[in-house]
Ligand binder design. Structure first.
Ligand SMILES: NC(=O)C1=CN([C@@H]2O[C@H](COP(=O)(O)OP(=O)(O)OC[C@H]3O[C@@H](n4cnc5c(N)ncnc54)[C@H](OP(=O)(O)O)[C@@H]3O)[C@@H](O)[C@H]2O)C=CC1
Ligand SMILES: O=CCCC(=O)O
Length: 292
């Protein structure tokens, strides 16, 4: 792909970092966000603003969506002045939001019915990997669009997978985040158990980091959690959404997931405590609270 104009819908934590990255690598980017003020910083760095999702699609051959959840992803496509109004033959829409397979399939069918091309491409990796172009991209759908989008994915990510038919990217992402959410709960319980047993939580982090369970998540989030610091990289409300969608996938496939179900309850509890906009590691607060 020569450095064509790329549309970008949704400038939250991830979308802003990803759109900025595309600008930094010489792409022309036209942005839209529901809360218009979030476009300002991108415009300062050379982006143009589209008045609506439809206006962005009309202007750009390829448009990326990075929206919070299924309701947002659907609204941006199907509502008035949405993506669908402007999709026409040859336009490519790439939804990188984390949604369920049905949401992706509904969007795909509507776009292809109007002659457009669609891939879903949810990502693994958070704010910092988004800023650094180190995401892991889980794409599925129209193979030709995937291949055309590789120059974009090369900027946004360190590796992209093409997983076949629409829905497979969404499912892979939900499986990954289900594991991550369960791990975060086990990690939180371990930190509380260490503390209540008279052990140093920092020493626990050192022990974990030297063994077979060492991982970037424990390494990066652990020290901040010990300080009760939860600056949002991945908002807890989105992790709970992903647990909910993964559990629904487990319902469909008759896979019993008691660990994930318990983790989901902890994230729901955290939301009820008003922690939804904090980083998902704030689920630690619910474990601290339960253990008194
Ligand atoms: N943060 C992370 O580490 C990661 C997040 N993800 C996934 O990426 C997606 C975006 O995450 P993130 O950037 O963190 O989330 P944010 O909450 O920071 O941003 C959400 C975006 O969705 C928009 N939005 C929400 N509801 C609507 C709506 N009804 N109509 C139009 N726009 C809407 C918001 O607009 P507005 O600004 O107006 O509120 C904002 O642009 C989610 O699906 C998340 O699960 C995937 C990997 C990592
Ligand atoms: O969906 C969010 C993923 C966050 C991460 O992979 O660190």
């Amino acid at each position: 792909m020569e450095k064509v104009e790329v549309g970008f819908l949704g400038l939250g934590i991830m979308g802003k970092a990803m759109a900025m990255n595309l600008l930094r690598h010489g792409f022309k980017v036209t942005v839209w966000n529901r809360t218009v003020s979030k476009c300002d910083e991108l415009v300062e760095h050379g982006a143009s603003i589209g008045e609506s999702p439809a206006a962005v699609i009309k202007k750009c051959k390829y448009t990326i969506g990075m929206l919070s959840d299924p309701a947002a992803a659907l609204s941006v496509v199907f509502d008035k002045n949405g993506v669908l109004e402007a999709v026409s033959s040859g336009k490519g829409y790439i939804d990188m939001s984390t949604v369920d397979a049905d949401t992706s399939s509904n969007i795909s069918e509507a776009i292809t019915a109007k002659g457009g091309f669609f891939i879903e491409a949810p990502v693994s990796g958070s704010k910092k990997p988004a800023e650094d172009g180190q995401l892991i991209i889980l794409a599925a759908g129209e193979k030709a669009l995937y291949e055309e989008a590789i120059p974009l994915f090369d900027v946004l990510g360190k590796k992209s997978f093409f997983l076949g038919q629409v829905g497979n990217g969404a499912k892979m992402k939900l499986v990954v985040n289900m594991i991550m959410g369960s791990m975060m709960n086990a990690f939180s319980e371990g930190l509380v158990l260490a503390d209540k047993s008279g052990l140093s939580q920092n020493t626990l982090l050192d022990v974990l980091d030297l063994g077979g369970m060492a991982n970037p998540m424990f390494r990066m989030k652990g020290p901040a959690m010990i300080q009760s610091s939860y600056s949002p990289q991945f908002p807890l409300k989105h992790q709970q959404k992903d647990m909910r969608l993964a559990l629904a996938l487990g319902d469909e496939t008759a896979v019993s997931m008691p660990v994930a179900a318990a983790a989901n309850e902890a994230f729901k509890k955290a939301r009820s405590m008003g922690l939804g906009d904090l980083d998902f590691s704030a689920v630690f607060e619910t474990v601290k609270h339960l253990k008194g």
